[in-house]
Design a protein around this ligand. Structure first.
Ligand SMILES: *Cc1c(COP(=O)(O)O)cnc(C)c1O
Length: 379
């Protein structure tokens, strides 16, 4: 029941068989770049193009055919996905605006979609522990799913992570290791750990996570009765979310359910904008930002793992990339919360991008994380 046919490198284009990737402690191309899963869309088309798929309520595991899972009876789920797509006219400009409220996931961010699949894979590979680097939300999410599945969890935390998020990670019983340095340094520590501990599984922005994260995009199309919005505005940290959303719409059109791909707009913050800069300067590589300083800590990824993938999503969909300031993000957070939609600063970055730019037609902004996670600047 697995429709994945292999993996392909984003940078050098090298192809791998699934089993070659599954055996690696760090699922990445030999050239160091991230990998993209490839599927047998013809077979998927046969299983899903049915009335009930089109009509049943959107939920994360409804889209199982687009995820690499061996045995659906062994999925680890604690209620991820099925988040609301909210319309509040007080928040929109002249066009139609919808907010995909990912804070409604079990641990308060969209990360739960990827974690559900990753922990399912960790069990499939018979691992006992999971390890990852996180500025907070991914750590809390993986810690929750690992705890639920009975796996040990070790989180390497860079100095930018917020106190509430560290508390949430510890509440799920995970071990936290404070790392001196930024997210990229923490990531190296997590990777070293899985290389020397063969019973552990590396979670984070590697291929499995991206496959699970696609369900944000599937749900948006499904909630609009398979009409495709004109724009989707997405914050970029490591770039996994934006690529996954693009990929979801690409796959829906490949199997003939939808007929176009929305323009994907990437938003970063001024002090950490390596993807936006690469887009503006028409580069084919990402120039890392050292020690980024921003209040939007969940997207402070100076050397984004899926940076090239994010660029591809923006370019291939005919979108663009912008920056907002920390203050614009905070003021967007305040507008959202005063209209009943509470998000953390990073969760308001897409909406800030919408406010600062003129987009017409139906626009969906992704509100990625819950306001209770980081209440920076609130009285
Ligand atoms: C992880 C995260 C992001 C960024 O997602 P990437 O996949 O790293 O680009 C944005 N907002 C919040 C709240 C997050 O937790």
């Amino acid at each position: 029941m697995v429709y994945v046919t292999g993996f392909k490198c984003f940078r050098c284009g090298r192809r791998y068989e699934s089993h070659e990737i599954e055996q690696l402690p760090i699922p990445r191309c030999e050239c160091g770049s991230a990998l993209d899963a490839e599927y047998d869309y013809r077979s998927i088309k046969k299983v899903i193009l049915r009335d009930e798929f089109m009509r049943t309520t959107p939920t994360h595991w409804k889209y199982w055919a687009f995820m690499p899972v061996e045995d659906l009876s062994k999925c680890i789920t604690i209620g991820e996905g099925a988040t609301p797509l909210l319309e509040n006219k007080k928040l929109s400009k002249k066009n139609r605006l919808l907010i995909k409220y990912e804070a409604a996931n079990p641990t308060g961010s969209f990360k739960d979609r990827g974690s559900s699949l990753e922990i399912t894979k960790a069990l499939e590979f018979k691992k006992k522990k999971v390890a990852l680097a996180s500025t907070g939300n991914m750590g809390a999410s993986v810690a929750a799913y690992a705890a639920f599945a009975g796996l040990e969890c070790r989180v390497f935390i860079p100095d930018i992570a917020g106190k509430e998020k560290i508390t949430q990670i510890k509440a799920y019983g995970a071990e936290t290791i404070a790392v001196e340095g930024d997210y990229s340094v923490a990531m190296k520590r997590a990777e070293e750990y899985v290389i020397s501990n063969t019973d552990s599984f590396l979670t984070g922005d590697y291929p499995w996570r991206s496959e699970g994260t696609k369900t944000v995009g599937f749900e948006i199309a499904d909630q609009l009765y398979w009409h495709v919005p004109d724009y989707i505005v997405v914050p970029i940290g490591n770039g996994t979310l934006i690529y996954s959303i693009y990929q979801a719409f690409r796959e829906l059109s490949l199997v003939g359910i939808t007929d176009k791909i929305p323009r994907i707009i990437g938003v970063q913050v001024e002090n950490c904008s390596p993807v936006t800069d690469a887009w503006k300067n028409n580069l084919n590589e990402i120039i890392p930002v050292r020690n980024p300083k921003t209040i939007a800590t969940a997207i402070a990824c100076g050397d984004p793992i899926d940076g090239l993938a994010a660029l591809k999503a923006i370019r291939d969909s005919g979108g663009f990339a912008v920056k907002v300031t920390d203050n614009e993000a905070l003021s967007a957070r305040n507008s959202l919360s005063r209209n009943g939609i509470f998000v953390e600063p990073s969760g308001a970055v897409a909406y800030a991008g919408y406010i600062e730019n003129n987009l017409e037609g139906t626009v969906v902004c992704i509100a990625t994380g819950h306001g209770l996670k980081d209440m920076y600047g609130l009285p």
